[in-house]
Design a protein around this ligand. Structure first.
Ligand code: FEO
Length: 391
């Protein structure tokens, strides 16, 4: 992709990564991703905001072929998908200053081995003039790392937000509009990256809401030409609102656990509760993460392997705990051959979930009628709790 004009003075650059399917060797990217950088020209100085993932360096280098001078490389976030090409750019543009947040200074020295002498650390609320264009830097910690900041281009009212408001999406669309596909990509991004810091994200939202914003230009995914589209979504995702829904991640080895999941699902649906079940042996854990953004209840379902939960369930439970969703209720169901400690072990894996545990149902072998009845009772308890929240 070639660079494209966002305005007379701002060009959108960077690379679309159509084929990437995994981020951080963990996060599925079914729609690929992009690494946006932005060239901003003032009457006196030129700045480049963020770079691109080093794996696609050749694309950014081609876009920079006719850019003779860069005075400032603004690093909004130290993770290497945005900062990784800074050392190369410093060789291409000797004398350029690397502008970052105060907390980013040390991280850039650690992760990229930048010399301290090239770094200009900016305090929260400080400004940088390019002549007839100027930035205000807004510290927005934990979207995604503790050092992250946004840059607000005063004269054009553009908020450059890096990971904040981003979406993992490979597309030729420059603008997001109100595209549901971009909403889904942004929600996936929020779930996997931002949800653990939900309350801090809320605080950061308040900080950026104080600015008059015409566009939000993130470093992943399209630019939000209708900022309310993504800001309203973030207000919802960071709120305490939950849906009348239950998410059931599960594994079944010989059918008993799935039989239990299906009985619970049917029983919940009869009571007006929406259910999403995820077979973890085939599911995209990003979809599970998306559904954890809104669900009122999570039910973890596992067979027993060596007296504990199935290792895949163990891993997904660990991840769900790390993502800190706002679920209110939880339950554990599953099966075993002759003995189990699965409930105790799963319970110990979810200290971050501030949930009321509504019950456990573990059955030996194939579920019998009393096991199925216990699942109906669990469904009744879940539905009643949801009703008590007005759902
Ligand atoms: Fe897109 Fe946290 O890096």
């Amino acid at each position: 992709m070639m660079k494209r004009a966002l305005s007379d003075r701002v060009q959108m650059m960077g690379a679309v990564d159509w084929n990437r399917r995994l981020f951080d060797s963990l996060i599925p990217l079914p729609e690929g991703t992009s690494y946006n950088s932005y060239l901003v020209k003032g009457s006196e100085k030129t700045a480049l905001i963020d770079t691109a993932d080093p794996s696609l360096a050749h694309i950014l280098m081609r876009q920079l072929e006719d850019v003779e001078r860069i005075d400032y490389i603004i690093s909004l976030h130290t993770e290497q998908d945005h900062s990784g090409l800074i050392p190369r750019l410093l060789q291409m543009y000797p004398g350029a200053r690397v502008v970052c947040s105060t907390k980013a200074k040390e991280l850039l020295m650690d992760h990229l081995h930048l010399d301290e002498s090239v770094l200009d650390a900016m305090d929260d609320g400080s400004a940088l003039s390019l002549g007839d264009r100027s930035f205000t830097f807004i510290h927005t910690p934990w979207v995604h790392w503790p050092e992250t900041m946004c840059a607000y281009l005063e004269e054009e009212k553009i908020l450059f937000s890096c990971d904040f408001f981003g979406s993992h999406l490979a597309t030729t669309d420059m603008f997001a509009g109100e595209d549901p596909l971009i909403y889904e990509g942004a929600k996936r991004y929020f779930a996997e990256i931002m949800m653990p810091f939900r309350s801090i994200v809320k605080t950061n939202m308040k900080k950026v809401e104080a600015y008059d914003i015409s566009m939000i230009a993130p470093s992943h995914g399209p630019v939000y030409d209708k900022p309310a589209f993504i800001m309203d979504a973030y207000r919802d995702w960071t709120s305490d609102r939950v849906e009348n829904s239950v998410v059931i991640p599960y594994i079944s080895m010989h059918g008993s656990t799935e039989m239990m999941v299906d009985r619970l699902l049917a029983s919940l649906v009869e009571r007006g509760v929406k259910v999403r079940k995820y077979d973890l042996s085939v599911t995209d854990i990003g979809k599970l993460a998306i559904d954890l953004v809104d669900a009122a209840t999570v039910v973890i379902a596992t067979p027993t392997v060596h007296f504990g939960p199935h290792p895949v369930v163990y891993s997904a439970t660990h991840l769900a705990n790390a993502l800190r969703p706002k679920v209110k209720f939880a339950a554990i169901i599953g099966s075993y051959g002759w003995g189990t400690k699965a409930v105790e072990q799963i319970s110990g894996l979810i200290p971050n979930l501030k949930v009321e545990v509504l019950g456990t149902v573990m059955c030996k072998g194939l579920p019998r009628e009393d096991d199925l009845k216990a699942l109906d009772d669990l469904a009744e308890a879940i539905a009643a709790k949801h009703a008590s929240l007005g759902l």
